[in-house]
Design a protein around this ligand. Structure first.
Ligand SMILES: [Zn+2]
Length: 128
């Protein structure tokens, strides 16, 4: 199923879809910034230590590829699944981010997606 998905992605990957992906990433970034700030401080009812953040960042970096523009699909979770970076379950109704490179697809929760975006660097269109 993943193979079909990737083939479909490659076939339909035009400049236009890439541009729309970037726009979607930008929209997602705006959408989750508040969520991320709020959730960083409510995970397990305690503040997230720098050590935890660094650990998460290291896990997320395994999924960073600066040489390819990924396809990102943001949605709200409808079936239980685990975040591929931190391994925590994504609660029903919470935002989830399906990210696809040509040879790799994975799903992140909002927190890991935020870190991943930072590690990927700003979209080129975001220059001010
Ligand atoms: Zn995660």
């Amino acid at each position: 199923m993943d193979g079909t998905y990737i083939a479909e992605y490659v076939r339909t990957r035009t400049a236009d879809t890439v541009r729309r992906s970037v726009e979607r990433i930008e929209a997602s970034r705006r959408d989750i910034t508040a969520t991320r700030k709020r959730r960083w401080h409510t995970v397990r009812g305690a503040s997230t230590s720098d050590r935890e953040v660094n650990h998460l960042r290291a896990q997320v970096q395994r999924f960073v590829n600066r040489h390819e523009l990924p396809r990102v699909q943001a949605s709200y979770n409808t079936a239980p699944k685990l975040c591929d970076a931190c391994g925590r379950s994504i609660a029903r109704g919470s935002p989830e981010y399906d990210i696809a490179f040509v040879t790799l697809t994975f799903v992140f929760d909002a927190e890991c997606f935020g870190v991943w975006e930072e590690e990927m660097g700003p979209p080129k269109e975001a220059s001010s």
